[in-house]
Design a protein around this ligand. Structure first.
Ligand SMILES: [Ca+2]
Ligand SMILES: [Ca+2]
Ligand SMILES: [Ca+2]
Ligand SMILES: [Ca+2]
Length: 448
């Protein structure tokens, strides 16, 4: 004889699982019956009333430890010899949702290169649940908190598989790491859950070229650095300053001289970016020297930037100023020369030194480089007066020429326009001088 029963694992002690009915027709000891199990079981058998025995839970049950019990209950009398009968019980322990899902790791760390493709699978989390069926079915949920509400715009988690995907392409220069929590929840009623902390570390890639901070580059122009002709070997001309927003090797910069008007005159410090003279400056050296420096990072592959450094070799500040004057004069003369000497052409020539579109004070100075000097533009200057003239006499001369033209042919309107142009030119020149002075001071401060 056998019977099957089911009992929930969370049944309290002394829960009645079954009632056994036992009859013995004999009297006295021959009719006294005792019921027991062959082996030690977590159940008790008690006589409740004559002929009725209850099978109750004797200790706590745990389906996850033992999900069923097959055992035999024997009932025997006290007769001599004793007579007995037995019943075999199949006891199924039914599941209760008494286990929360448990993650395989306490924390998850994941590493991903920046510039990843959106949707990239990063890694997966896994939680297991010791219960059965729905009570053990785990769903993964991204825990968005007020503290880091952005997380759901960065990653998503597959609710069934626990695979974490990147939603967007990460930028190491914007965010280097972030963390969030994933909840594993079972399908029990009520459900149980547990959380795990996930940290994402974004890895730097060499996706930024060095940026030149100094000399400032605008189009093809650059600040001119001055080197006195008396400069000794090792004279610090200037320092190329660059930054790289990447990290580690990807931002380690080295500086090399790529091109130079005279390679034997300058060198660039590999690590420092300092440009120094490597031999004494001679009178034969050109006034204008152009260097191209390449700044390269240490990434794989490396990225680089180039910068043009314009150097003026001159004895003194006045000499440089004199170069400006030559330039100024040349442009003035060009203006009148182009007018054919007698036509009242309105000098809609771009205002002096303003033809590079510069707006800042330093940018005014760049334009010095694109102005002709007497050396380079001699052939264009056959009608120009000697450059040794002071600015005042030069300007007076220009004014006189203008007035001469004006006498015969200029209308009053033209006269006003030329006057305005004249004032404007003066303003530009003044601005230029101030700018150069500022640059000179800046340079002195900077390289010390
Ligand atoms: Ca569970
Ligand atoms: Ca359970
Ligand atoms: Ca870089
Ligand atoms: Ca980077």
């Amino acid at each position: 004889m056998s019977t099957s029963k089911q009992v929930p694992e969370n049944s309290p002690l002394d829960t009645v699982i079954a009632i056994l009915t036992v009859q013995d027709q004999d009297s006295e000891n021959n009719g006294k019956v005792h019921c027991f199990t062959e082996e030690r079981m977590p159940f008790n058998i008690k006589l409740t009333s004559t002929g009725f025995y209850s099978l109750t839970t004797g200790s706590s049950l745990d389906r996850e430890l033992q999900s069923y019990y097959n055992f035999t209950v024997i009932c025997s009398d006290e007769g001599v010899p004793s007579l007995s009968s037995s019943v075999t019980l199949h006891l199924q322990i039914s599941d209760v949702n008494d286990n929360a899902p448990v993650f395989e790791k306490n924390t998850y760390n994941a590493y991903v290169n920046e510039n990843n493709a959106p949707g990239l699978s990063l890694f997966s989390v896994k939680a297991s649940d010791a219960d059965w069926n729905l009570n053990a079915r785990v769903t993964y949920i991204l825990e968005d908190s007020v503290m880091n509400a952005f997380v759901s715009s960065y990653v998503s988690v597959n609710s069934d598989t626990g695979v974490v995907h990147a939603i967007r392409s990460f930028d190491y220069e914007q965010i280097k790491n972030f963390q969030f929590q994933i909840k594993a929840q079972d399908g029990g009623s009520p459900p149980l859950s547990s959380n795990v902390t996930v940290r994402i570390f974004i890895q730097d890639q060499n996706d930024n070229a060095p940026q030149i901070l100094y000399p400032i580059q605008t189009g093809t122009s650059a600040v001119a650095e001055m080197v006195p002709r008396s400069a000794e070997i090792g004279y610090l001309v200037t320092k190329v300053v660059a930054v790289d927003v990447d990290s580690g090797q990807n931002s380690w910069l080295s500086y090399k001289l790529l091109k130079a008007t005279d390679r034997a005159l300058f060198e660039v410090g590999l690590q420092t970016g300092e440009i120094r003279t490597v031999r004494p400056v001679s009178d034969k050296d050109a006034v204008k020297q152009k260097l191209t420096v390449v700044v390269e990072d240490n990434g794989h592959p490396a990225r680089s930037a180039t910068v043009n450094v314009n150097v003026v070799v001159a004895d003194s500040f006045p000499e440089v100023l004199s170069e400006f004057m030559k330039c100024y004069r040349w442009r003035r003369e060009q203006m009148f020369y182009k007018s054919g000497g007698n036509l009242p052409v309105i000098p809609y020539y771009p205002p002096l030194y303003a033809d590079m579109g510069g707006t800042g004070t330093l940018q005014r100075v760049y334009n010095y480089e694109v102005c002709g000097t007497t050396d380079s533009r001699k052939s264009d200057m056959k009608y120009v007066r000697p450059c040794s003239e002071s600015i005042i006499s030069l300007d007076a001369s220009g004014t006189q020429t203008l007035l001469h033209q004006q006498k015969g042919e200029m209308t009053e309107n033209l006269e006003n326009q030329v006057r305005k142009q004249h004032i404007q030119d003066w303003r530009h020149l003044a601005l230029l001088l101030v700018s150069f002075s500022l640059l000179f001071i800046f340079r002195l401060l900077y390289i010390q």
